[in-house]
Design a protein around this ligand. Structure first.
Ligand code: CP
Length: 314
């Protein structure tokens, strides 16, 4: 697999086989991610983390991944204390960072920002979320979570719930799941339906997709419920946000009717959409999902920065 030196801006940048290889490599990174083994695979490598939007998991799991592999990081975590606050453009910031680091991870509120960054950077750019666009590395860890639980990605029935309009995680995930022959069920408030351009991408690859307004009916025979937060920060009108988010919450009694192997996932952060009483359920997979961010990003960084998948991968 030739990921060395490549950008990852959209999940469409990866083939099905490349996704499978990253997930397989991630499995072998788990002991290092857990601190049970050590690695120096990325000794001497430097990763720039350029975050122009808030993040906990993505930024810290990229940083953890790099440190666990013996590499190092430099970070813009708060644009207010970088020269962006003086009016510096994203292009200039990225061009400069590409002279400092071996790869750049970018999160930005504008859709298309990572694509722009990749066009001006001499080093690989990894999209860590661009507005309501894409979040491809989240998709890799989402798939790794499903693969670990079900031992396959083929033909899963996945319900995507919530903010399908602005939720970048579902835009990337729906496409990848369709590549693996998933049956997709969409359930969202009418104002937050999946955008037409994502639908047409899904149609192009022959996705099996339907909408179901009734969540109880949607999860019947399902394998996964993927819950998303209503993306308050993307609403121009907060009254509209209050209207669509009101009462948006998973009713735990729904879990009494699902298959024993059924899992609930969420990219996190959650607000109120999954009540904390679900956390102790055997169906709750979202904290395992958050942990798997580390080995998945270790595998990805290993492949992009060194061309090596990591332990046991040659
Ligand atoms: N899942 C995710 O992107 O989380 P953060 O916003 O905390 O990075």
């Amino acid at each position: 697999m030739g990921l060395k030196g490549r950008d990852l801006v959209s999940i469409k940048d990866l083939s099905k086989q490349e996704i499978e290889s990253i997930i397989s490599a991630a499995r072998r990174h788990i002991p290092v991610a857990e601190g049970k083994r050590t690695s120096t695979l990325l000794d001497g490598k430097l990763l720039a983390l350029a975050f122009f939007e808030p993040s906990t998991r993505t930024r810290l799991s990229f940083e953890t991944a790099m440190l666990r592999l013996g590499g190092r990081t430099i970070t813009i975590a708060d644009p207010a204390v970088s020269s962006v606050a003086k009016g510096e453009t994203l292009s200039d910031t990225v061009r400069m960072l590409s002279g400092y680091a071996d790869a750049i991870v970018v999160r930005h509120p504008n859709e298309g920002a990572s694509r722009l960054a990749s066009q001006v950077s001499e080093k690989p750019v990894i999209n860590a979320g661009d507005g309501a666009g894409q979040h491809p590395t989240q998709t890799l860890l989402d798939l790794a979570t499903m693969e670990e639980h079900f031992h396959t990605l083929s033909g899963l029935k996945v319900v995507l719930m919530g903010d399908l309009r602005y939720g970048r995680t579902v835009h990337s995930l729906a496409y990848a799941l369709a590549l693996f022959g998933a049956h997709l069920v969409l359930t969202s408030p009418p104002a937050l339906r999946i955008p037409e351009h994502i639908r047409s991408d899904l149609a192009e690859i022959g996705a099996d997709i339907r909408e179901e307004a009734d969540l109880r009916r949607a999860v019947q025979d399902a394998d996964v419920l993927y819950v998303t937060r209503i993306q308050k920060e993307r609403f121009g009108d907060l009254a509209e946000y209050a209207r669509v988010s009101s009462g948006y919450r998973l009713d735990p009694s729904i879990l009494e009717e699902v298959k024993p192997s059924f899992i609930v996932m969420h990219p996190l952060p959650r607000v109120a959409e999954i009540p904390s009483e679900v956390d102790s359920s055997s169906h709750a997979a979202y904290f395992r999902q958050a942990f798997l961010a580390v080995p998945v990003r270790m595998a990805l960084l290993s492949l992009i920065l060194s061309g090596q998948p990591g332990p046991g991968g040659g």
